[in-house]
Every structure is written in structure tokens, then in C-alpha cells.
Design a binder for this molecule. Structure first.
Ligand code: CO
Ligand code: ZN
Length: 330
């Protein structure tokens, strides 16, 4: 699983430009499920067929990551940029980004009297050129870049860019590997454009019209120095979402997750996230409404180049999802 995670987090896939990750995921899933296809928005949909009249369960893990997008190039070849998803300017200082073709850039900022005044429009990307012409040969307006960081592991903790949400993509792969005889029709969906508004999940859910939806994504924790209060910690198990800013989990799904965790002795914690959203936010509002919940992997430093998760939690999320898919549905 470690190799898969490394491949996934180091891949390039900002919102709307998920092709490289999608290609990798489709090739991995081809061996594990009955059918894999990519839809119009770029979602990768893997199907494990169930018996006739089986209930349909959609698991969704977004495969896009946050990034930046080039808005302008100046005479000296410095790039101006905007955000793709939730990018804080303070996390960019001293960081590198990488474009689809491998071009690497570093962030710089204009002179500021107060660091609190740092905004994305006070920053630029330096790709090591000296003119607009030279820059244009490498990068065009509208090109997107992602954090440039390698995967690392220390004990049970891993640190990487885009663990939000490639770690959940790895979870879905592992679920596909372990799922033997599900009585249900299972859709493992790697969604596009979550970071810019839960977009891919919306069309995928409409097409698949599942009986139940479960989003798999990272969530914040309250276990670091002076963190905002939150009853989720790294290493204490799979988080079962109660709510975030996009969804209130359907009681049928939330209780199914809790009961499954208890029946299988899987460590779990209840998650109330006061902000943020997940694909569950889109799925539950599809058609006339779909009972939806979410399983979350606790993650520190979300939306920075160094997100951190615990592999024990990852394993417990896999076990919980397999448990749900192999058991009866409400
Ligand atoms: Co995110
Ligand atoms: Zn996410």
C-alpha cells in the first residue's frame, strides 16, 4: 500500500486537470473490478457488480488536489497566479510548485510592511527565466501547478502533499482488493474537482443514482498545540462524520458506520467539522435526495505541502468500509 500511496501523492492532479492521476487510478482499478470508465467530467468510476436487484452503494474519494493557476506573466518572466481551491498565501512562502510538464517554480512576494497583508496577489512564481518570451516557452496563462513535495514516512505517520485526498484514493483501491463477496452493487468513484466545489461527485451521483452514498476524505484534528477544539485525533481510528459545512450525515448511514465499527471492533471517532465540505455535500442533494454519510481520515496541516496522517487510521477506514460493503444495508 505504501508504494501506491507514494505514487498517488506525488502525482500531478489539480482540480480540473486530473488526467494524470485518473490514468493511474484507472490502470490500477482495471485489475480489481468488473468495469472501469471515465465520465464527461473526468470522474473515474469503478464498478463491482452485484446480484440482480442489489442495492447500489457509491463510495466517493476525490482525486483532485488544490493548486495555483497562472493569471498573467510579466516582462521579466515572473508568473502571477490565482488559487484552485483553498490555498492560504502563508503556506506558500518558501515552497515550490510543479506544472504538468515538470516545470518547477518557487514562490516569492513583494515587499510588505506587515506579513499579515500577504495576499496571493502580492505573490509571484519564479520559474528561473528572465523574460516573458522565455516564460511563455514553458508556461501559458491558465496552466495549473501543484505543491512539489516528496512522500515521507516516520513510523506509522506519513507526510506528503495531497494526502487530501489521495490517501482516500488509496483506501478505495485497498477496499477493492479486499472486497470478496459484496451482496451490493458497489461503485468506487474517484471524483474530479472536489476542491473547487464538490463538482465531479454531483454528476457522478446523478448518473449512478445510488441507494446510499459514502464520501471518503480527510478531516481536521484537534490534537496539536492550541488547536481549535475538535474531538478527532491522529491515530485514534476512522472518523465517522456527523456533519461539516456541506452535509449533515443521514442517520441511516451514520448509524450503519457506527454499528459496523462496533461489530468488528474497529476503533472509530465521531467527527463534527465546523467548516469545510466533502463530496457527501453534493451526493446527498442529488435527484430527490440520497442517504449519505462520510468516513474521514484524520489529517493534520490540511491544504499545506506537508499533510500528515496515521497509517493505523488508514487501515481502520479500509476495514470499516469493507465491513459496511460486506454486510446488510438498512
Ligand atoms: Co481539500
Ligand atoms: Zn479533500
Amino acid at each position: 500500500m505504501k508504494d501506491t500511496i507514494k505514487q498517488l501523492v506525488e502525482a500531478y492532479g489539480p482540480a480540473g486537470r486530473e488526467e494524470q492521476v485518473a490514468k493511474y487510478l484507472a490502470s490500477v482499478m482495471e485489475e480489481l473490478v468488473d468495469k472501469v470508465y471515465t465520465d464527461e467530467l473526468g470522474n473515474v468510476i469503478a464498478v463491482k457488480q452485484g446480484p440482480a436487484n442489489a442495492k447500489k452503494v457509491m463510495l466517493a474519494a476525490h482525486m483532485d488536489e488544490i493548486g495555483v493557476i497562472v493569471t498573467d506573466i510579466d516582462d521579466n518572466g515572473f508568473l502571477r497566479f490565482s488559487n484552485l481551491g483553498g490555498v492560504s498565501p502563508h503556506t506558500l512562502i518558501g515552497q515550490r510548485v510543479r506544472f504538468a510538464d515538470g516545470t518547477v517554480g518557487v514562490f516569492g512576494q513583494e515587499k510588505l510592511d506587515n506579513i499579515k497583508d500577504l495576499k496571493l496577489n502580492k505573490m509571484y512564481i519564479d520559474i528561473g527565466v528572465t523574460s516573458r518570451e522565455e516564460a511563455n516557452a514553458k508556461v501559458s496563462i491558465g496552466d495549473a501547478a501543484v505543491y512539489h513535495r516528496e512522500f515521507s514516512q516516520q513510523g506509522s505517520r506519513i507526510v506528503a502533499k495531497s494526502l487530501d485526498n489521495r490517501i482516500s484514493c488509496a483506501v478505495l483501491i485497498e477496499v477493492a482488493k479486499r472486497l470478496k463477496n459484496s451482496p451490493h452493487e458497489v461503485y468506487l468513484v474517484f471524483t474530479a474537482q472536489e476542491e473547487v466545489g464538490l463538482r465531479g461527485a454531483r454528476t457522478a451521483a446523478y448518473t449512478l443514482d445510488p441507494d446510499y452514498g459514502i464520501a471518503v476524505d480527510v478531516t481536521a484534528t484537534g490534537d496539536t498545540p492550541e488547536a481549535p477544539r475538535m474531538a478527532v485525533s491522529l491515530g485514534k481510528g476512522a472518523a465517522i462524520k456527523v456533519k461539516d459545512a456541506s452535509v449533515i450525515s443521514h442517520p441511516l448511514v451514520k448509524n450503519l458506520l457506527v454499528n459496523t465499527a462496533q461489530a468488528h471492533d474497529i476503533p472509530y471517532q465521531m467527527e463534527v467539522l465546523e467548516w469545510g465540505g466533502t463530496d457527501a455535500g453534493s451526493i446527498h442533494l442529488t435527484r430527490s435526495g440520497i442517504p449519505t454519510g462520510a468516513v474521514s481520515i484524520p489529517c493534520r496541516y490540511i491544504h499545506t505541502p506537508s499533510e500528515m496522517v496515521d497509517l493505523g487510521d488508514v487501515e481502520h477506514c479500509v476495514q470499516l468500509l469493507v465491513g459496511v460493503l460486506e454486510g446488510p444495508l438498512p
